[in-house]
Design a protein around this ligand. Structure first.
Ligand code: IPD
Length: 269
């Protein structure tokens, strides 16, 4: 069976749109959404839509490609034998979804031998869909997109996010306190995949966050990279749970040095 990035992207996009339509309809059907369960902390929530969307996505991907593996936010890892595996966040921005804020996304990435080669991030509430394949550029609703030419940190619009754990959040707030006076402004929109896509589309100059998981990042990081962003960790590390920084190349060095000096990849000062 083919592992062509374009074919994987087509399957990812069709599936993300179907799951997106389902979660959107479920959210629009009620005034208040129930929390079905909590995870790491009482504010780290799962709705029935998260579970239903992941089940739908798993079903569609494995129906089309039964030998692939899947890593999903809600149901963990299913091993495969084809060398292709899928990284799935059925609803990134679950807290926005819970509150009826129209800023959440279905995120699906395909990896071949562990390397992300295709990714889609679909916001069913706005209807916007970001896509990328390795070496094929990044697109928003079919239009090619690119990062900004921002080259001064003082002019940079920087996005970030906070984890669910109180100690981590306190540290993240302390880092932010130092950042606010030296950048143009800060945004905390509440969905990491959409933050990465915002960098790709020039809606942010940079975005960083500590504590992200593969399903938050896999598709959006490819989209950002393919739009010309530098996606990196701190202190020479690859982007990962310690820290993900996605930035227009003109400000990445300055921002990375500052985040390193502030210890943005640590939970302790
Ligand atoms: C969360 C969102 C949020 C980020 C958190 C993530 P979830 O993902 O992406 O913006 O700040 O770190 O955990 O829980 O909504 O899938």
């Amino acid at each position: 069976m083919t592992a062509e990035p374009a074919a994987l992207l087509t399957l990812a996009e069709t599936t993300a749109r179907e799951a997106g339509a389902m979660v959107y309809q479920r959210r629009e059907a009620v005034e208040r959404m129930d929390v079905a369960a909590t995870k790491s902390t009482p504010t780290d929530v799962v709705t029935e839509s998260d579970t239903a969307a992941e089940a739908l996505i798993r079903d569609r991907l494995l129906a089309a490609r039964p030998d692939d593996g899947i890593l999903g936010e809600e149901d963990g890892r299913t091993a495969g034998s084809s060398g292709v595996d899928w990284v799935v966040d059925p609803i990134d921005g679950t807290v926005n979804y819970l509150y009826g804020l129209p800023h959440y996304a279905v995120s699906i990435a395909a990896r071949v031998d562990g390397v992300v080669v295709a990714g889609v991030v679909h916001n069913p509430a706005s209807g916007e869909t970001w896509t990328a394949t390795a070496g094929g550029g990044a697109y928003l609703d079919g239009r090619a997109i690119s990062v900004t030419g921002c080259d001064q940190l003082g002019m940079a619009m920087v996005g970030t996010g906070f984890g669910y754990d109180a100690q981590r959040r306190a540290r993240q707030a302390a880092v932010l306190l130092e950042l606010v006076p030296v950048v143009r402004d800060i945004r905390r929109a509440g969905a990491a995949s959409l933050d990465l896509c915002a960098v790709a589309a020039g809606r942010l100059d940079a975005y960083y966050e500590r504590g992200l998981q593969p399903w938050d990042v896999a598709a959006g990081a490819l989209i950002a990279e393919q739009a010309g962003a530098t996606v990196t960790g701190l202190h020479g590390a690859a982007p990962g749970e310690d820290l993900v920084l996605a930035s227009a190349p003109g400000v990445v060095d300055e921002l990375r040095s500052l985040l390193e000096r502030l210890g943005a990849d640590r939970d302790t000062p």
